[in-house]
Design a protein around this ligand. Structure first.
Ligand code: FES
Length: 119
């Protein structure tokens, strides 16, 4: 799995990092770093522009769905879950471990998977 450096917070509490066409959001809450998908699983809202309430609740700026930064669980509906990625320290630098990008599929493969009830 790719390890992505989080970079220097430089006083920020939220920012995004990019890797191979994908975006991830980084949040610093109470000194703890959290990495999530940058886009909301509901409809793609920019989560780094949302706000954090309390110790761990992230609110999407588009429709205000609420997510737990620790678990990814959505408090608004159980139909969505936020992708979260572990943070490690490597050689004095914070990195996150993200999955390999999904393989590119043809329309035929996408439609067959959809017909079979897969995503
Ligand atoms: S896009 Fe985030 S709540 Fe709708």
């Amino acid at each position: 799995m790719p390890l992505l450096p989080l970079g220097d917070a430089a006083g920020r509490t939220r920012w995004t990092i990019e890797h191979e066409g994908r975006s991830f959001a980084v949040f610093v809450v109470g000194g703890q770093h959290y990495v999530t998908d940058a886009r909301c699983p509901h409809n793609g809202g920019p989560l780094s522009e949302g706000w954090v309430r309390g110790e761990r609740e992230l609110v999407c700026p588009w429709h205000w769905y609420r997510f737990d930064l620790r678990t990814g669980r959505c408090a608004t509906t159980d139909r969505h879950e936020l992708g979260r990625y572990p943070v490690h320290e490597r050689d004095g630098e914070l990195v996150t471990e993200v999955p390999e990008p999904a393989p590119v599929r043809s329309w035929s493969e996408i439609l067959r998977a959809h017909a079979a009830g897969e995503r």
